[in-house]
Design a protein around this ligand. Structure first.
Ligand SMILES: *[C@@H]1O[C@H](CO)[C@@H](O)[C@H](O)[C@H]1NC(C)=O
Ligand SMILES: *[C@@H]1O[C@H](CO)[C@@H](O)[C@H](O)[C@H]1NC(C)=O
Ligand SMILES: *[C@@H]1O[C@H](CO)[C@@H](O)[C@H](O)[C@H]1NC(C)=O
Ligand SMILES: *[C@@H]1O[C@H](CO)[C@@H](O)[C@H](O)[C@H]1NC(C)=O
Ligand SMILES: *[C@@H]1O[C@H](CO)[C@@H](O)[C@H](O)[C@H]1NC(C)=O
Ligand SMILES: *[C@@H]1O[C@H](CO)[C@@H](O)[C@H](O)[C@H]1NC(C)=O
Ligand SMILES: *[C@@H]1O[C@H](CO)[C@@H](O)[C@H](O)[C@H]1NC(C)=O
Length: 558
C-alpha cells in the first residue's frame, strides 16, 4: 500500500522575514516528518524481517512483536469460522479491541490445489456439507461473502484484517480440509495419504503469489504440526528447504515460519545439524505448548517441580533457538486453555507457561478466537471451550481471561534491551503486575507497573528512582516498600525449583513468600507453600503454589 502526502512548505515566507521564514520552514518540516511517520508507520508491517532473535520492521529496525490469535479456516467448509454468526467487520473489530495485532489464519492446501474446491463458492461449500444453518447465517451476517469462491472469501477476511491494521500469518494447517491433528489422519507428514509434497509446494507457491502485493500478509508458516509414523529428520531438512525456496521465489518479503517435528514440539535436532537456508533475515521458528498428555497429578501435587521440568523441556526442545550462536525468533503459535477454568492441572500449566512467555517476551498466537466451529469432527456447531468468544461469537467466553494476557500483549524487551537492569514483577496466575504507591504495594492490570532492580539472590529488590525497597513485614501482612533495606526482611531469594517463589526472612528468620490475595488483589507475604515438592520425602503438596508465583521480567520499557 502506498501513501502519498502532499504538503506545501511555505518557502515564500522566507522572502519577507528571514527569521520567521526559518521558523515556519522548520516547523513545516517537523510537521511533514510527523505526518509521514504517522501515516506510513502503521502500514509498514509488510516488511518484517529478523535480527538475532527479534522480528523487526525492515525499514525502521524497530522490534515488531506478534501478539496473535488463531482463527481457523482449514476445516471441511474451508471458511473462516464465525462468519455464520457475526459480520466480518464486527469480528475483526473485536480482535482489535481485545488487543491483538495479528491473526494466524489457517488454510488447507486443497482449497488452492484441487479444482473441485477452488471453484466452490461459500454457499456451495456449505450446501455440499448440508450445513443449512451456517448457510443461512452467512447469508444473514455476511451476504457479500456468500457467492465468493472460498479463496476470495479468505482474501476478503485478510483485507478486512488489513483495514484494521491487523497483521496476518497464513498457516498451512492441513492438506485435506479437516480438523487437525492426529498421528494417522493422513495429513501428518510428507508422503502421508493426503500430504503430497509436490502438491504442498504448489499450494505454498499459489498462496505466496496471491498475496505478494498484500501488505497485511506478513508471514507464511509452512506446515502445522508435522507428525506421525512417517516423520523423519532427513525428509524434514529436504522439504523445509524446498518449501522455503518456493515461498521466497514468489514473495521474498514475507517471513517464512518453520515448525519442527512431533506436533510442533521438537526442534532439538537443529542443535546438531542447523538448518542451512538462504533466508537470511526472514526465518522464524515456531512451536506449540499445551498441557495435553501431561500427567494431571504432576500439575496438581508437584506443581513447582513439574513446572521447572516442563519449562526446561520446552526450552531445550524449542526455546533454545532464541539463544546460542545463531539466535532466531521463536513464534509460540499455539497454546491455550479451557476458558471455564475448571481444569485445574491446565490452570497451573497456563501460569507456568505465562511465566516463560513473559520472561523471554516471546512472540505468540493464542488458540483460539473461535467460539464454535461450523462443523468439526462430524459435529455441527461444535463449541470450543478454549475459544475467546462464546458459542455465539458475541461476548467473551470468560471476561477475566484477557486480563491474564495484558503483560504479554505488550513489548517489554527488544534488540537494545541487553543493558536493561530493570524488572517488572509479574504474577502469572492473575496476569497482574506489582505497583508501588509510596509505601503500599498492589497488584495492577499491567497497564502500569513499577520498575524494580535486583542484583540476584540475597539482595534487595529496589524501587527504581527511589531509595525504597520491597520488604516482608510478617506472615499474612501486606508487602511494603521501606527505606530500611539492610534487614533480612528485604533480602530476597528464589527458593523453589521453578524459581517462581520469591522469599525474604521475617524477624524470626522464617521464609515468607510473596503471595497474591485474590479477594482484595493485594500482595502479602505468607509461609511459602510446596517448596519441597521436588524432594522425595515430601512427594505430594495439596496446596496451590501458583498464587505465590512471581517472575522478575527484565524490561527496557518504562
Ligand atoms: C473451474 O472454473 C474455471 C473458471 O471458471 C473453469 O475453467 C474450470 O473448468 C472449472 N473447473 C471445474 C473442475 O469445475
Ligand atoms: C473464568 O475463569 C476463572 C479463572 O479460571 C474461573 O474461576 C471462572 O469460573 C471462569 N468463568 C466462567 C464464566 O467460565
Ligand atoms: C465485540 O464487540 C461488540 C460491539 O462493540 C461488543 O458488544 C462485544 O462485547 C465484543 N465482544 C468481545 C468478545 O469483545
Ligand atoms: C496504604 O494503604 C492503606 C490501607 O489500604 C491506606 O490506608 C493508606 O492510606 C495507604 N497509604 C498510601 C501512602 O497510599
Ligand atoms: C488486603 O488484605 C491484606 C491481608 O489480609 C491486608 O493486610 C490489606 O490491608 C488488605 N488491603 C486492602 C486494600 O483492603
Ligand atoms: C532496620 O532493620 C534492622 C533489622 O531489622 C533494625 O535493627 C534497624 O533498627 C532498622 N532501622 C530502622 C531505621 O528502622
Ligand atoms: C485475603 O484478604 C482477605 C481480605 O483482607 C482476607 O480475608 C483473606 O483471608 C485473605 N486470603 C488469604 C488466602 O490470605
Amino acid at each position: 500500500m502506498q501513501w502519498h502526502v502532499k504538503i506545501d512548505i511555505p518557502f515564500v515566507l522566507l522572502a519577507d522575514d528571514p527569521i520567521r521564514g526559518i521558523i515556519v520552514t522548520t516547523l513545516s518540516i517537523i510537521v511533514l516528518v510527523i505526518l509521514v511517520f504517522v501515516i506510513t508507520f502503521p502500514h509498514t508491517h509488510q516488511f518484517l524481517s529478523t535480527k538475532s532473535r527479534w522480528i523487526i520492521d525492515a525499514k525502521s529496525g524497530q522490534r515488531v512483536k506478534l501478539t496473535c490469535v488463531n482463527w481457523p479456516g482449514h476445516l471441511r467448509p474451508m471458511i473462516p469460522e464465525g462468519l455464520q454468526k457475526k459480520p466480518l467487520k464486527d469480528i475483526v473489530e473485536n480482535v482489535t479491541s481485545m488487543g491483538f495485532n495479528c491473526v494466524r489464519l489457517t488454510w488447507a492446501t486443497y482449497m488452492f490445489t484441487r479444482a473441485a474446491y477452488t471453484n466452490l463458492t461459500v454457499a456451495q461449500s456449505l450446501d455440499r456439507l448440508n450445513l443449512k444453518a451456517a448457510n443461512a447465517g452467512v447469508a444473514e451476517n455476511n451476504p457479500q461473502l456468500l457467492d465468493l469462491t472460498l479463496i476470495d472469501c479468505q482474501e476478503a477476511v485478510i483485507n478486512e484484517l488489513g483495514a484494521h491494521d491487523i497483521m496476518v500469518v497464513l498457516d498451512n494447517h492441513v492438506s485435506q480440509p479437516e480438523w487437525c491433528c492426529s498421528d494417522n489422519d493422513g495429513n501428518g507428514f510428507f508422503g502421508d495419504t493426503y500430504f503430497r509434497p509436490k502438491e504442498w509446494l504448489k499450494g505454498l507457491t499459489m498462496v505466496a503469489k496471491r498475496y505478494k502485493h498484500n501488505p497485511s500478509v506478513v508471514a507464511m508458516s509452512m506446515r502445522n504440526e508435522l507428525r506421525g509414523p512417517r516423520q523423519k529428520r532427513e525428509a524434514w531438512y529436504q522439504y523445509i528447504q524446498e518449501g522455503a525456496t518456493a515461498i521466497q521465489l514468489e514473495n521474498p518479503k514475507v517471513l517464512v515460519i518453520v515448525s519442527g517435528l512431533s506436533f510442533e514440539t521438537d526442534l532439538s535436532f537443529l542443535k546438531k545439524k542447523p538448518l542451512r537456508l538462504s533466508l537470511n533475515t526472514k526465518l522464524v521458528y515456531e512451536a506449540h505448548w499445551y498441557a495435553f498428555g501431561d500427567p494431571p497429578e504432576k500439575w496438581l501435587f508437584q506443581t513447582n517441580q513439574f513446572c521447572a521440568s516442563i519449562t526446561q523441556w520446552f526450552m531445550s526442545q524449542s526455546g533454545f533457538v532464541l539463544g546460542g550462536e545463531n539466535p532466531a525468533p521463536l513464534f509460540l503459535s499455539e497454546f491455550g486453555k479451557d476458558q471455564r477454568g475448571a481444569n485445574e492441572p491446565e490452570n497451573r500449566y497456563f501460569s507456568c507457561l505465562m511465566a516463560t512467555v513473559a520472561e523471554r517476551d516471546i512472540d505468540w498466537a493464542y488458540w483460539g478466537l473461535q467460539g464454535s466451529y461450523m462443523l468439526r469432527e462430524g459435529q455441527v456447531e461444535f463449541e470450543e471451550p478454549y475459544g475467546l468468544f462464546d458459542a455465539n461469537w458475541e461476548n467473551a467466553r470468560n471476561s477475566t481471561f484477557l486480563d491474564r494476557l495484558q503483560l504479554v500483549l505488550k513489548m517489554t524487551q527488544g534488540p537494545k534491551s541487553k543493558d536493561s537492569r530493570y524488572y517488572v514483577i509479574y504474577h502469572p496466575q492473575s496476569g497482574q503486575c506489582l505497583q508501588a504507591d509510596r509505601g503500599n504495594v498492589s497488584a495492577t492490570n499491567c497497564h502500569h507497573w513499577s520498575l524494580w532492580s535486583h542484583d540476584g539472590d540475597g539482595s534487595p529488590i529496589w524501587l527504581r528512582r527511589n531509595s525504597g525497597c520491597l520488604a516482608a513485614v510478617g506472615d499474612g501482612q501486606s508487602a511494603v516498600v521501606t527505606t530500611n533495606c539492610s534487614s533480612q526482611q528485604s533480602l530476597w531469594r528464589h527458593v523453589s525449583s521453578s524459581k517462581l517463589h520469591l522469599a525474604a526472612k521475617d524477624d524470626q528468620g522464617r521464609d515468607l513468600c510473596l503471595e497474591w490475595n485474590s479477594s482484595n488483589s493485594t500482595i502479602v507475604t505468607k509461609k511459602c507453600v510446596c517448596l519441597g515438592d521436588d524432594l522425595n520425602d515430601v512427594p505430594w503438596c495439596s496446596e496451590d503454589p501458583t498464587r505465590q508465583w512471581f517472575k522478575l521480567i527484565s524490561t527496557n520499557k518504562r
